[in-house]
Design a protein around this ligand. Structure first.
Ligand code: UDP
Length: 240
């Protein structure tokens, strides 16, 4: 499997079908594995956050989430086949879960959001077994209970929505104790499923403008758009 290093972060070059197939292999192997979904902002974070960078480079799979990552990979000489958005990857795995008899746990997002996302998943993917749900706002005491709950419920897939880099660090620090075969940091996925946040219309996704849509929809995060031009400049500067 081809890999490319973008600003110190190694990203896998693979299609959505290949990513789903790797995820299924991980679940069968039953050893705790972690998938990260790297967009330009996450890679920029990793250039400033050594712990995040190390975690991404130790992750079992890092998929190219975002037009910026795909552009950078191709610019740096790797044939990146397609974008593998974390949202789409998690939906594909949720769709497969009832067919394969896999148990899922939703952890993260604001109180009630993960519950709403669970209800939505049960409509979209009849027969899905979501064995546990917990929001992503907790103190140390509550965290112990969350961990005990995940261990007890023994999901095959754990979706963690705590934002970047909290979710990647949380998964990395707890995966051996949780013993969940597959954990994925999914960012705003539950917000989109619950209808709290909108995903960009398909034409914008195709025009590689999803980042702009997210910035416009959430003015609070508009300042984060600056990460993109910085990313492009850094990638151009990094080409040997
Ligand atoms: N979130 C959470 N706990 C926290 C911080 C954030 O559960 O301590 C949730 C937040 O409610 C949202 C998700 O993490 O549902 C992703 O947040 P954001 O959109 O900022 O993530 P990013 O774009 O960094 O993936």
């Amino acid at each position: 499997m081809e890999k490319i290093e973008i600003l110190g972060v190694t990203v896998d070059s693979l299609t959505m079908d290949e990513a789903v197939s790797r995820a299924c292999d991980f679940i069968e192997e039953k050893e705790p594995k972690m998938i990260a979904t790297a967009n330009a902002e996450m890679i920029m974070n990793a250039t400033r956050d050594g712990e995040l960078c190390k975690i991404l480079n130790e992750a079992d799979l890092v998929v190219p989430d975002g037009a910026g990552t795909v552009w950078a990979a191709n610019y740096l000489g790797c044939k990146m086949k397609e974008r593998v958005a974390g949202y789409d990857l998690s939906q594909n795995l949720l769709a497969l879960s009832p067919k394969l008899g896999l148990k899922v746990y939703f952890f993260g997002s604001a109180p009630t959001v993960a519950e709403k996302a669970k209800a939505k998943a049960e409509v979209l993917y009849p027969g899905i077994e979501i064995v546990g749900v917990h929001d992503g706002f907790f103190d140390a005491e509550e965290e112990k209970k969350i961990i005990a709950d995940i261990v007890e419920k023994q999901p095959d897939i754990l979706l963690v929505a705590l934002g970047v880099p909290k979710q990647e660090k949380w998964i990395y620090n707890h995966k051996d104790e949780l013993k969940v075969p597959l954990s994925i940091g999914v960012g705003g996925t539950f917000d989109v499923m619950a209808g709290v946040m909108k995903r960009a219309p398909l034409w914008m996704q195709k025009a590689k403008l999803e980042w702009l849509f997210r910035g416009l929809m959430q003015p609070k995060r508009a300042f984060r758009l600056i990460a993109l031009p910085k990313f492009v400049i850094k990638v151009i500067g990094s080409k040997k």
